[in-house]
Design a protein around this ligand. Structure first.
Ligand SMILES: *Cc1c(COP(=O)(O)O)cnc(C)c1O
Length: 355
């Protein structure tokens, strides 16, 4: 491979980016996107409002209208909302503001790989705690890790990617009691779950809840995410975000999307029904599964090598996520819940691959 004229930062040298292969297949179930496009009426509204965008001017730096709309949706003040180019950028801003070489971040593995990845990009050391064998959080381990490392940020992910498990309100409260710094709950799949940490924002000014328009809102292409936190936390994030980082079209797209909340919930309900069907069907196959409150299911072929199953699914034009070489996930694959047709195609292909 070609090397740049100047070596990259020494602490990044061995890092690989976080990439899921974008292969041209007919059934794409590898990145937890929504299989449904956003409502046609949303696109119409966006088109007509685009005409009024003053493209020669910088966007509203404070994203006033978008933040007001999101705040209204969650029953919080606009000053508690920070918007970003995808929730990944919200996470990056958190790490820029509250991480750093002299701070530590705690994660409980396996969880969303980007938490550690973005921490490293910002030069923040991470400490990985372990989960129980069934992937549930072990509060004893949380206590041990936060007592030893006093992390500036403790990451939770609920529902957890890639396991699908949700944390309970009492678990999140316990982590808030134990951890000294910010407790960030990544709720990229929040609307698929039975409860949200948004419900307990009042519990602490150290609680941060991160959401995205990429999954439940069917807007992965728009790159819009946000977090809700106490006002001083949001003010700190504004000081590390690049000026005018949120373009006018994105602000408009997000604000208009919130006018189609019932449509979003309808899509989420359909996917939850399909998730149940998929989960039941997997129960009849030679795989181990974990209960999921998200739009994906983690499973482990019991008598076949996972990499081989992944490859054979691909030959049937079905793409799932190969997690089998990720730490603590040996032999595991993750399938996104798609449309009824896509899920059926996946099941047919999987049956063949396992036989
Ligand atoms: C998909 C995902 C995100 C979304 O990132 P965006 O930058 O908003 O697209 C964030 N967190 C988790 C756990 C995810 O799975």
């Amino acid at each position: 491979m070609n090397r740049p004229a100047i070596p990259v930062r020494a602490d990044l040298e061995l890092m690989e980016g976080y990439h899921s292969p974008q292969v041209d297949v007919s059934v794409r179930l590898n990145t937890n996107e929504s299989p449904f496009p956003p409502p046609a009426a949303w696109l119409d509204a966006l088109r007509s409002e685009l005409a009024g965008v003053p493209f020669h001017r910088y966007p509203d730096r404070r994203a006033t209208a978008l933040r007001r709309a999101i705040a209204h949706d969650h029953g919080v003040r606009p000053e508690q909302v920070f918007c970003a180019n995808g929730s990944n950028e919200a996470l990056q801003c958190l790490l820029l503001a509250f991480g750093g070489t002299d701070r530590t971040v705690a994660t409980f593995e396996p969880t969303y790989a980007l938490h550690t990845h973005i921490a490293r990009l910002t030069g923040t050391p991470t400490v990985a705690g372990e989960r129980n064998h069934d992937f549930t959080l072990d509060l004893g381990e949380v206590e041990r890790v936060v007592a030893e490392t006093r992390p500036a940020i403790t990451f939770l992910c609920s529902p957890n990617n890639p396991t699908g498990l949700c944390e309970t309100p009492s678990t999140v409260r316990s982590v808030l009691d134990l951890a000294p710094g910010l407790v960030v709950v990544d709720e990229a799949y929040g609307q698929f779950a039975a409860w949200s940490a948004m419900d307990i924002l009042d519990a602490s000014d150290r609680l941060v809840v991160v959401r995205t328009f990429s999954k439940t809102w069917s807007m992965a292409a728009a790159r819009l995410g946000y977090l809700v936190a106490s006002e001083p936390v949001v003010t700190s994030l504004e000081s590390v975000a690049l000026p005018y980082h949120l373009d006018s079209v994105k602000q408009l797209a997000g604000r208009l999307a919130l006018q189609f909340k019932p449509e979003m919930h309808a899509r989420v309900s359909m996917l939850k029904e399909e998730r149940s069907r998929l989960f039941a069907a997997l129960g009849d196959l030679d795989v181990e599964t974990w209960p999921s409150e998200a739009n994906f299911i983690l499973f482990r072929p019991l008598r076949r090598e996972a990499g081989e199953v992944w490859q054979r699914l691909l030959e049937h034009s079905v793409l799932v996520r190969d997690c089998s070489r990720w730490p603590r996930l040996a032999g595991c694959l993750r399938v996104t819940v798609g449309t009824q047709e896509e899920n059926s195609a996946f099941l047919v292909a999987l049956r063949k691959c396992l036989s």
